[in-house]
Design a protein around this ligand. Structure first.
Ligand code: GLA
Length: 383
C-alpha cells in the first residue's frame, strides 16, 4: 500500500510530501454508550488508512483515492463541498479544522486503505483521523489528539449525517500497540490496558457477515434520540442526570410510564452496558477471560433484543459461537450488519472458524470473512 501511494503521488503531484497513517478499531465492550456519556473499551487495529500530503500553495485540495481510482478537486469554503462521499470526509476535516481556528490551505494528497468497508471497523473514523492528524501537522496547528478526534466526530455530524459518539475517532487517534483503552466518554478520562489474550490461551477474532443493512445511519440517530428522551425524563426527577449513563436502573423504572416502551428498552440496554464495561475491565485485571466473555454474550442479547441493532446474520453467528463453546461473542460497533467479535480459547479456534464458515454459507449463500485482531497504533507519521 505504501509503495503504491508513493508511486501514484510522484506521478500526479511530483516530489516531496509526508506520509501519515491511522487505524480502524475494534471495541471489546461498551457499545452505544459513548454518546450516552458512558464507558467504551476500544483499541486500534492493524488495518487503516495511509495518506501522503503536500502543501500545494493554492487554495484548492487535490485528492486522489487509490481505492476508487478517482481524483477530486475542491475549494475550502463551505459551498465547495464535493459530491463524492469519500471526498466529503476530507473536506469535512478541513472545514472543522478551519472552524476551530486552525490553518488549512490547499494541498495534494493520495491515499488508500485496507479497513473492510461496512464491517463496523470504522473505516470512516480512520480516514478522518488520518487527515485530521496530517493537516494538523503539515500546517503546524497545535490541536491535541482529543481535538483531532473531535474534528473527526464533527465531520460525521456535519458532513456525513451520523450523530456518532467519540469512540471511533478516539480509538483511531489514541490507539497503542497491544493495548485496549477504557474511555469515560463524559469526562474524557482514559486508561490503557495491556491486552494480550494469546498469553492466556485465547484469541480475538472477527467474523464479518458481509452484510450492511440500509438506513443504518438514520436508525443509529433514532437510537440516540430515544436515549436522550429517556435521560430527559429521568433528569426531571434526578437533576444530576446529564447523560443516560448517570442514571441508575431504579430511576429508569420510576419513569417507565412516562416514556415509550421502546425508549425504555433502549435505556435499559445502555444502563446495563455501562456497567458491563467496568465489569469486563475488572475481570481482565484478574485475567478472568471467561467472565469477560460472558459479559460479551450479555451485550449481544441487549443489542439484539433491547437496543435492536443486530440482524438475522449476526444473531446466527452469535448462536454458532455459543454452540462451539466460544467464551464470548457479540455484534460489534453500531450494528445493522458488520462483524461479531469473538473471544475464543486457542484450542477451539479452528473448529469454530470452520463451523461458522460452513454453517453461515449454507444459511445465507455467501461466505463470511474472518479477521484475526491485532491491536496496533493509531494516527501517526508513517515514515
Ligand atoms: C458507531 C459510532 C460510535 C459508537 C458505535 C456504537 O461506531 O460511530 O460512536 O456509538 O457505533 O458503540
Amino acid at each position: 500500500m505504501k509503495q503504491k501511494i508513493q508511486d501514484k503521488f510522484a506521478s500526479l503531484y511530483g516530489e516531496g510530501g509526508v506520509l501519515y497513517a491511522s487505524a480502524g478499531r475494534i471495541n471489546l465492550i461498551g457499545e452505544h454508550t459513548d454518546y450516552n456519556g458512558g464507558y467504551v473499551f476500544p483499541g486500534a487495529i492493524d488495518k487503516g488508512i495511509m495518506a501522503k500530503l503536500k502543501v500545494n500553495g493554492t487554495s484548492k485540495v487535490r485528492a486522489y483515492s487509490l481505492d476508487y481510482n478517482e481524483e477530486v478537486e475542491f475549494g475550502l469554503n463551505e459551498e465547495d463541498a464535493p459530491s463524492q462521499s469519500w471526498a466529503r470526509y476530507i473536506f469535512g476535516v478541513c472545514r472543522e479544522t478551519a472552524k476551530r481556528g486552525g490553518k488549512v490551505e490547499g494541498f495534494d494528497t493520495v491515499f488508500a486503505g485496507d479497513v473492510p468497508l461496512g464491517a463496523g471497523l470504522s473505516s470512516s473514523a480512520a480516514l478522518e483521523s488520518c487527515f485530521a492528524f496530517a493537516i494538523n501537522d503539515i500546517f503546524s496547528n497545535d490541536f491535541n489528539l482529543f481535538e483531532l478526534a473531535k474534528i473527526g466526530q464533527s465531520t460525521e455530524h456535519n458532513y456525513c449525517g451520523v450523530k456518532c459518539g467519540i469512540m471511533d475517532q478516539f480509538a483511531s487517534c489514541f490507539g497503542k500497540q497491544g493495548c485496549l483503552i477504557r474511555l469515560n466518554c463524559k469526562t474524557l478520562e482514559y486508561k490503557y490496558f495491556p491486552f494480550d489474550p494469546e498469553a492466556h490461551g485465547y484469541k480475538l477474532v472477527l467474523i464479518d457477515s458481509c452484510v450492511k443493512h440500509e438506513l443504518a445511519s438514520s436508525a443509529y440517530n433514532k437510537r440516540r434520540e430515544s436515549c436522550e428522551r429517556a435521560a430527559r425524563a429521568i433528569a426531571k426527577l434526578h437533576p444530576e442526570v446529564e447523560y443516560l449513563s448517570d442514571a441508575k436502573r431504579v430511576w429508569l423504572e420510576e419513569v417507565r410510564t412516562q416514556i415509550s416502551e421502546e425508549d425504555f428498552l433502549r435505556a435499559e440496554y445502555v444502563i446495563g452496558e455501562v456497567q458491563r464495561v467496568l465489569d469486563v475491565c475488572d475481570a481482565l485485571e484478574r485475567n478472568d477471560y471467561e467472565t469477560a466473555g460472558e459479559m460479551m454474550y450479555q451485550t449481544h442479547f441487549g443489542m439484539s433484543r433491547l437496543y435492536e441493532v443486530s440482524c438475522e446474520e449476526l444473531d446466527f453467528l452469535n448462536r454458532i459461537a455459543r454452540k462451539c463453546d466460544v467464551s464470548g461473542s457479540r455484534v460489534m460497533g453500531g450494528g445493522f450488519g458488520g462483524c461479531t467479535i469473538n473471544l475464543v480459547k486457542k484450542e477451539l479456534y479452528d473448529n469454530f472458524i470452520s463451523v461458522a464458515r460452513a454453517r453461515f454459507t449454507e444459511q445465507f449463500g455467501h461466505e463470511p470473512k474472518v479477521y484475526d485482531v491485532v491491536i496496533s497504533d493509531g494516527a501517526r507519521r508513517a515514515e
